[in-house]
Design a protein around this ligand. Structure first.
Ligand SMILES: NC(=O)c1ccc[n+]([C@@H]2O[C@H](COP(=O)([O-])OP(=O)(O)OC[C@H]3O[C@@H](n4cnc5c(N)ncnc54)[C@H](O)[C@@H]3O)[C@@H](O)[C@H]2O)c1
Length: 323
């Protein structure tokens, strides 16, 4: 049985592929390399297909048949919030068009089911740790595409017994090995390191939130732990027991303030620069922290790495010159 990983040449996908290989699973990657790097997956077979293109359904079904694919881990998507606000239709085409083609192909080729990359962006603002049954109210088209994606998978599972697990990642950071590091500058950790490297003061967007130090609080989870959660989800999917559709938060359950994060990164980078306070960004809730009790209880997954592992490994990846 081979595992198909879409978006396997991306940041999180590269880690998922490495974790699958490390435990001996056969893997095939589908990625159009629009944001990924083939070097991340070494000698794993790579099929270059744009999931949102017209012929994707039949090309994907062919790949599934040729490689005898059982389960699919679907990470390929566009993920930039601001871009999604500027180009909403393109986000729906890419993220939901891609998922539609994938689900059709999986049914055509008789695949086992799909583990789907969702996000904490499906939740609306909340001051408490959010559980999976909490209200969903995405505030941008990116989050909307992910929530609708979850519904598609849920409805298919209800209608046909096709199995689906949606994983709502919180803030992913770090690197298991330097060559797998995050190359995009859209998240806090790469953004801060990038400014420090350029000799610029790192920005903190707003210090007047109703939190202990006035800055936003987020739940940061190490990408290697996120990869492990995929293995646990995959086993639940192929185990064939329990609810055919499930959803899990992937976080640590502990919040860290942006100021705390930025100060630690300044220390790790050996910089003398002070953070600079900038105005709040629109749509940034004060606190976003996961309630992770469901995945701990049902799948036995628990994070192994702490904040320092995450921030140091992200810095080491930058120093290795991969980014
Ligand atoms: N990084 C995070 O903090 C985070 C948080 C929540 C959810 N996610 C989700 O996790 C998934 C992976 O994120 P990432 O950070 O690794 O992003 P990434 O951009 O590094 O990886 C995405 C991969 O998908 C590929 N891809 C994109 N569109 C494609 C298409 N139409 N056809 C084929 N391949 C395509 C890209 O080339 C890239 O290799 C995404 O679905 C994202 O929405 C990420």
């Amino acid at each position: 049985m081979t595992v198909l990983v879409t978006g396997g040449a991306g940041y999180i996908g590269g880690h998922v592929v490495a974790a699958l290989r490390a435990r001996g699973d056969e893997v095939v990657v589908v990625d159009d390399l629009s944001a990924g790097r083939a070097a991340r997956i070494g000698d794993v077979p790579l099929e270059r297909i744009d999931l949102a293109s017209a012929g994707a359904r039949s090309e994907l079904a062919d790949v599934m048949r040729t490689h005898r694919v059982g389960p699919v881990i679907h990470l390929a998507a566009r993920k930039k919030v601001e871009e999604s606000v500027e180009r909403p239709l393109w986000y729906f085409d890419e993220n939901l068009g891609g998922l539609t083609a994938l689900l059709h192909a999986a049914q055509d080729a008789g695949a086992d089911g799909v583990v789907f990359s969702s996000t904490a962006a499906v939740y609306g603002p909340a001051d408490e740790p959010v559980g999976e049954d909490g209200p969903t109210a995405p505030v941008n088209p990116y989050g909307e595409t992910k929530l609708v994606g979850e519904w598609m998978l849920r409805d298919l599972a209800r209608a046909s017994g096709f199995r689906g697990v949606a994983l709502r990642y919180f803030n992913v950071a770090g690197a298991a090995t330097p060559e797998l590091g995050d190359t995009a500058d859209s998240n806090l950790v790469p953004m801060v390191y990038s400014r420090l490297e350029a000799g610029e003061r790192p920005l903190i967007f707003g210090d007047d939130y109703a939190t202990a130090d006035g800055t936003c609080i987020r739940d940061y989870v190490h990408v290697a732990d996120v990869a492990d959660a995929h293995l646990a989800a995959l086993d639940a999917l192929t185990g064939g027991e329990g609810d055919p559709y499930r959803v899990y938060n992937i976080g640590t359950g502990t919040g860290s303030s942006v100021r705390e994060m930025v100060e630690r990164m300044i220390e790790i980078a050996g910089s003398e620069l002070e953070p600079q306070i900038a105005p709040r960004r629109a749509g940034d809730p004060a606190v976003v922290v996961a309630d992770t009790s469901r995945i701990r209880r049902e799948l036995g997954w628990t994070p192994r790495y702490d904040l320092d592992d995450m921030l140091r490994s992200a810095w080491d990846a930058r120093r290795a010159g991969v980014n």
